[in-house]
Design a protein around this ligand. Structure first.
Ligand code: GRF
Length: 187
């Protein structure tokens, strides 16, 4: 099968990046990871990119030229899909329009609940009985694009922010690859 080329955007730990790189080794997984973009030189996740000889593009989102630089790289490398995996910057409308292909994001809540930051705190404060993760298309509004997949679990009385984070991330490692498979199923 001919894999579609993907670029992963990160800002930090990169455990989803690591997971997607591992999944992409599978012959039947629809994407290869051909570029990693980070706005943070110290993002731990960059070490997975380096270890796997995946090109890295470091950017400064405050610099207007960065956007053009990324768009050029994406075009030159024929990138078909962008996966935001813990990327802490907003994607501009101009970027969305210029890229013109699919951009997806993983968010650690059952959207539309708890958009934005501090998700696990909000989940606890709101006394939710269940939570989970969502993979969705990126549009102009934060964490609001069409949902591709969601996974949920029930919260125990003993759960705290750390355990909820751990359980959510465990689901993310299933949900992100499944969403990508779903996107390319009918391609
Ligand atoms: C994930 O929990 C994701 O839902 C959120 O940021 C976190 C990134 O974690 N958007 P990692 O960098 O992939 O470990």
């Amino acid at each position: 099968m001919v894999k579609k080329k993907a670029c992963i955007f990160i800002s930090g730990t990169g455990s989803n990046l690591k997971n997607l790189i591992n999944k992409s080794r599978d012959y039947t997984f629809p994407i290869s990871v051909n570029l990693v973009v980070s706005n943070n030189l110290k993002a731990y996740g960059l070490k997975y990119a380096k270890k796997n000889s995946i090109p890295i593009l470091l950017i400064n989102p405050m610099n207007k030229l960065s956007e053009n630089l990324i768009l050029n790289e994406l075009k030159n490398r024929k990138i078909h899909l962008i996966c935001l995996a813990g990327y802490m910057k907003i994607i501009s409308t101009r970027f969305l329009n210029q890229f013109g292909k699919k951009i997806i994001n993983i968010h650690p809540s059952l959207l539309p609940k708890f958009k934005g930051l501090d998700t696990f705190q909000k989940v606890l404060k709101n006394k939710e009985v269940a939570t989970g993760c969502t993979v969705h298309y990126v549009n102009k509004k934060l964490d609001s694009g069409k949902i591709i997949s969601q996974k949920k679990f029930f919260i125990n009385k003993s759960d705290d922010e750390n355990s909820i984070k751990r359980k959510t991330q465990k689901l993310e490692y299933k949900s992100f690859p499944e969403a990508i498979i779903k996107i390319y199923r009918n391609y």
